[in-house]
Ligand binder design. Structure first.
Ligand code: AMP
Length: 396
């Protein structure tokens, strides 16, 4: 029986796909269709013959998936030959309803639709991807894998905001957390690296990409995480502010006459590193710092200071920590961020080895021998985790 899963991540104007061997984690092919609905679309497919690209209009998500299937047909590998076991869909918000990956049926679609107000940018696009894949693969099981699911184990004292209690009961206003697929993959991988059972470990996972989040993982279960009802809360990110005084919203609205939509837009798309230094790409930010740009320097300091605060907080939540795990673009590649974020935490048993930390290729143990807390760098692989989880659901 084939272990191949087609993983689909549908965004508002893009559709990413990967043909994964859920057993080995090998991607037989992947690609992305971008600028759906714009005058000129763009597609890229990487298969056994290398990479191909083309530009032409792609009117809808259905056309995008058809274009992907055509790319499989033309450039390989043939989907008929691999015998797909399932289609796995990334779904951003599963609310309090979904604590695990779930088989797609009409009821699931209705429930995910009800969650649209919690993720108005993401869930409609994810649903569109599911609907299209159901039409084009009517005989294949489809599995929804939720970004929020891993954090459904947060205890009430961690997920509850101190606001009138009917906000939670009537409007679902609470912390959900995101990047769960990455946090769960990285936690499992850390246990494998440490040669220990995940159920006996306390981990702090730092997913530092364009979006950033931290989690405290106790025995394989997420007990704290930095993103909240939406992905805006927590760490400083590429374009998102992370934590800020909620009274700032009122101030901007009252004093400057800003609309709620404008405030939302700026905090999500024009804040974080971009807001502070004009640049959200960390490699570019590093170049600006190296050139002596004071705004880039401050942005770096704010970013690392926030990570350090979360490490301290999650240390306190967990009581003891076996490992701190860095992942995603910045976490994996920026030795400077790891060093600055963990600097001065020796009394907590956290000691980096500067040589190991600076070593490429950026995966492995970077703490010093004898450091009570092991510091690991792990490459996340959300597609593989989605494929594994989707396969587990259909094999249940
Ligand atoms: P991700 O969302 O995981 O793809 O991460 C994207 C972020 O990682 C961007 O800010 C990139 O600039 C950053 N990044 C990728 N490679 C490197 C690198 N070699 N050094 C520093 N930052 C990097």
């Amino acid at each position: 029986m084939s272990d191949h899963v087609l993983v689909i991540n549908a965004g508002s104007s893009s559709l990413k796909y990967s043909l994964m061997d859920a057993g080995s984690g090998a991607a037989a092919a992947d690609g992305v269709i971008e600028r759906i609905g714009e005058p000129q679309g763009h597609r890229r497919h990487r298969g056994p013959d290398g990479e191909t690209e083309s530009s032409d209009p792609i009117a809808s998500h259905e056309d995008a998936l058809r274009a992907a299937l055509k790319a499989f047909e033309t450039h390989g590998p043939s989907l008929d030959d691999v015998e797909l076991a399932a289609v796995g869909h990334r779904v951003v918000h599963g609310g309090a309803r979904f604590g695990a990956p779930s088989l797609v049926d009409d009821a699931l679609i209705a429930e995910v639709s009800e969650l649209v107000p919690l993720a108005p940018l993401h869930n409609p696009a994810n649903l569109e991807g599911i609907e299209v894949a159901r039409r084009l693969f009517p005989d294949l099981p489809q599995v929804a894998v939720f970004d929020t699911a891993f954090h459904q184990t947060l205890p009430p004292h961690a997920y509850t905001y101190a606001v009138p209690s009917d906000w939670l009961e009537q409007h679902g206003i609470r912390r959900y957390g995101f990047h769960g697929t990455s946090h769960s993959f990285v936690a499992e991988e850390a246990a494998r690296r440490l040669g220990r059972d995940l159920t006996e470990l306390n981990l702090i996972v730092l997913h530092l990409g364009n979006g950033c989040s931290a989690s405290a993982v106790h025995g394989g279960r997420s007990v704290e995480t930095s993103m909240g009802m939406t992905p805006l809360e927590g760490l400083v990110m590429g374009t998102r502010s992370g934590d800020l005084d909620p009274a700032i919203h009122g101030h901007l609205a009252r004093e400057l006459g800003w609309s709620i939509d404008e405030i939302d837009r700026v905090l999500n798309s024009a804040s974080g590193l971009k807001g502070l230094a004009g640049e959200n790409d960390f490699r570019e930010l590093s170049r600006l710092r190296a050139a002596g740009d004071p705004r880039a320097e401050l942005a770096f300091d704010v970013y690392c200071h926030r990570i350090k605060k979360y490490v301290g907080a999650y240390y306190a939540v967990l009581g003891t920590v076996d490992a701190i795990v860095f992942t995603a673009g910045v976490g994996q590649h920026s030795a400077e961020v790891r060093a600055a974020a963990l600097q001065g935490l020796e009394r907590l048993g956290i000691r980096l080895d500067p040589g190991r930390n600076a070593e490429p290729p950026g995966t492995g143990t970077v703490s010093a021998d004898g450091s009570e807390v092991t510091v690991l760098v792990v490459a996340t692989n959300e597609e593989w985790q989605i494929a594994r989880q989707a396969l587990a659901v259909v094999r249940r």
